[in-house]
Design a protein around this ligand. Structure first.
Ligand code: HEM
Length: 452
């Protein structure tokens, strides 16, 4: 096969013409060009960016030739300066060592211990929604889901070791870091201004404040000698295979902050979109209720129930196909390479465009339609690999995927058991692809209780 075809390149004029819209929401532009150039094209944004909606491209970069692709400076340096060096932000040997150390703690069976922590948090939101139902209150589901998933990840990490006030402070700090990060990533040409105006310094200060708070919790836990059976206990107890030693306090801090950052907004957005989709598809709600009736009745779900709740799982999977929280990922090419005959030069940024893959007619019949049936076991077997990748793929597959699926199933089951969700009509539901894919103006909803 020819291995030196040039990837089609967009003219800078084409890019410039759409720059303002591109900064706001790049998805329509990226989709349009994927269609035009048959799934692969490049743009010069200072460095060469190669975008693709081809599943073989994604598999090549993330799995088959993953050793030739490292996380880009955006994740290692830009994000790394605020959250430190750890699973999400490291490359090479350091990353592998951390991954081997931490992976066992995220195995499905190990997570069973977190179910009660998660259910306790969901209980508080049941009370909140009951109150909303009484008051016929119109609310935005997005911040509520962000709060809930943030509380779940906080308590899964630190259980009783973190107070409500600390959670609120940490939540604010992390939101502030994320908001500034998006500016830095989208507008790299303003870097000098960000530095000059003190915005970078301010965000580093915020990150220090978050680190101090987490550092205090870690020291407190270590000196107390208490056992909590949470993620922090798991991180503290884990030992490197070669030395038999555990992580330093600094490493524990980095990994905890990273779990916070990676582990709540993604699930929050997946949940917000799921409630929106369910409010539009009463037939799917009914099927979830049938499943609840068959396996649970009015009791709460347990860890053992979750695999039986197959349709609920399919709804969440389909929601993350249509609205993948991680809508794009990126890697930097270490050495020259070739994919499907195309030359991929060293130093290029390669971007498996997850949203584009999930919406490609090549892989999905009527991709814009919500059809949870796409995720029956039989249907999944028939699809080529890397056509569905909400959690990425290869060795850097999301370490929290089981955690997230478990958390989301619990939330959906417990709330559908009690409430009907209705989206207020006449809203503009548009995409806002920041680090994760959010509804641009939130989603206003109302709830009613099922058995008033
Ligand atoms: C719906 C929820 C979630 C989605 C869609 C999601 C998506 C992803 C994706 C796509 C990646 C790979 C990024 C890449 O290859 O460039 C990733 C990595 C990661 N995720 Fe998640 N995630 C979710 C929830 C979570 C949760 C709950 C946690 C922790 C509790 C978590 C922790 C991480 C970490 C630490 C990594 C880096 C792994 C590594 O590079 O070794 N994620 N996630």
């Amino acid at each position: 096969m020819e291995t030196n075809k040039q990837v089609p390149k967009l003219s800078n004029f084409a890019l410039l013409k759409r720059m303002l819209k591109f900064v706001d929401n790049p998805i329509p532009f990226l989709l349009e060009n994927a269609e035009k150039y048959n799934g692969i094209y490049s743009m010069n944004l200072g460095v060469l960016n190669i975008v693709s909606t081809n599943h073989e491209f994604a598999q090549h970069v993330l799995q088959k030739k993953n050793k030739n692709y490292k996380k880009s400076y955006v994740q290692t340096d830009t994000l790394g300066q605020y959250v430190g060096k750890g699973l999400l932000t490291a490359n090479g040997d350091y990353w592998l060592r951390q991954r081997r150390l931490i992976q066992p703690g995220f195995h499905r069976e190990k997570l069973a211990a977190l179910v009660d922590i998660m259910l306790d948090e969901v209980d508080d939101y049941i009370l909140k929604f009951e109150q909303f139902a009484k008051e016929k209150k119109v609310f935005d589901i997005c911040p509520l889901m962000t709060e809930l998933t943030f509380r779940i990840v906080s308590k899964s990490l630190f259980s009783t070791g973190i107070s409500d006030a600390e959670m609120e402070r940490l939540g604010n700090d992390i939101t502030e870091i994320q908001e500034f990060l998006v500016k830095q990533i989208r507008q790299p040409y303003l870097e000098y201004w960000f530095r000059l105006s003190g915005q970078i310094k301010h965000t580093l200060k915020t990150s220090k404040s978050a680190r101090n708070l987490i550092g205090g919790i870690i020291t407190g836990r270590k000196s107390s000698g208490e056992e909590h059976n949470d993620l922090l206990d798991m991180l503290i107890a884990s030992r490197y295979e070669d030395t038999g030693e555990g992580m330093t306090d600094e490493q524990l801090l980095d990994e905890s902050l990273i779990i916070f950052l990676a582990g709540h907004e993604t699930s929050a957005n997946a949940m917000a979109w799921t409630w929106y989709l369910l409010s539009q598809h009463p037939d799917a709600v009914q099927k979830i209720r049938d499943e609840i009736k068959e396996h649970l009745g009015e009791r709460k779900p347990t860890f053992a129930d979750l695999p039986k709740m197959q349709y609920t799982m399919q709804v969440i999977q389909e929601s993350m196909r249509i609205y993948p929280p991680a809508w794009l990922t990126d890697r930097e090419t270490i050495e020259d390479d070739a994919i499907n005959g195309y030359h991929i030069p060293k130093g290029a940024l390669v971007l498996p465009f997850i949203y584009g893959i999930h919406h490609s007619e090549k892989y999905w019949d009527k991709p814009e339609e919500f059809r949870p049936e796409r995720f029956t076991k039989e249907a999944q077997k028939q699809r080529p690999a890397y056509t569905y990748l909400p959690f990425g793929g290869g060795p850097r597959l999301c370490i929290g995927n089981n955690f997230a699926m478990m958390e989301m199933q619990l939330i959906v089951i417990c709330l559908i058991q009690r409430f009907n969700f209705k989206t207020i009509e006449g809203q503009n539901i548009e995409l806002l692809p920041l680090v994760t894919l959010r509804p641009a103006e939130g989603i206003k909803m109302q709830v009613t209780t099922i058995n008033p």
